[in-house]
Design a protein. Structure first.
Length: 261
């Protein structure tokens, strides 16, 4: 029996009802599917039953990757990559009408999401993304403006993704059992541009600057980024507020003006 590796943040999903609930969120038939961190293949088995056009598995653990290759060798539509997703060029394997699934390791889940958000090609060929996160992180990802969870991660996420559905998963659904509740989030990429931002890296830079100290008012920080004339071009901007009190559209506008410099 192979045990999970703490260093890789491995918690294997074993609850078949949850697995079926995840794979029922979207029609998989004849779609190109990518699964990040398939582990022992519990979710993979259910995806196969739904008859995808292709299935690409990205698994960092060498032993698990070898087991997956043995178990699925009879399926010509499955390709397995023994790679760390954070250093892997995932863009090169995304085909039209792709769905990405991932029961993500808690320790790198936000990095994986950001990696997807920062893909060069956008709108991408991705139709749906279904990821599982630690509940606390999930709340920050979907955090709405003026909620306690609103911040950098939700601003960047909402720039490129719509939140379609979410549900919680009990620690009892995993082995080994984590100490926290998980959250499955179903995203759909936004196909229409909501702003004129040219590079999402610049939005990341701007939100980093503002939220580096979220308790301080924004006036000093914005004056370092934009001049008075540019600041006056931003409708609804108040300088005596904290970063969490600015709505996402203002961050997008600040980034647009920053890019023009």
């Amino acid at each position: 029996m192979k045990f999970s590796k703490k260093s890789l943040g491995q918690n294997f999903l074993i609850d078949k009802n949850i697995i079926k609930k995840i794979t029922s969120l979207i029609n998989i038939s004849n779609k190109n599917v990518i699964e990040i961190g398939p582990g022992k293949g519990a979710l993979t088995d259910e995806i196969i039953k739904k008859k995808p056009k292709s299935l690409k598995l990205i698994e960092k653990d060498n032993n698990l990757s070898q087991d997956l290759k043995k178990n699925y060798s009879k399926y010509s539509f499955i390709k397995i990559f023994n790679n760390d997703v954070l250093s892997f060029d995932i863009g090169k394997i995304i085909e039209k009408n792709s769905i990405i699934f991932g029961n993500l390791p808690y320790n790198i889940s936000s990095q994986i999401l950001i990696k997807i958000l920062k893909l060069n090609k956008w709108p991408s060929n991705i139709d749906n993304i279904i990821f599982m996160f630690q509940k606390e992180l999930g709340e920050k990802i979907i955090g709405k403006y003026l909620s306690k969870d609103y911040g950098r991660l939700s601003i960047i996420t909402h720039f490129r993704l719509n939140i379609i559905k979410k549900f919680f998963v009990s620690p009892n659904s995993f082995f080994p059992k984590p100490k926290v509740t998980s959250m499955v989030i179903h995203f759909q990429p936004k196909k229409n541009r909501i702003s004129k931002i040219k590079n999402i890296y610049n939005l990341e830079t701007i939100t980093n600057i503002f939220f580096s100290n979220r308790r301080k008012m924004i006036n000093k920080k914005i004056n370092k980024i934009l001049n008075k004339k540019e600041i006056n071009k931003i409708p609804g901007l108040k300088l005596q507020v904290r970063p969490s009190e600015l709505n996402p559209d203002i961050y997008y506008k600040i980034t647009e003006l920053f890019e023009r410099k």
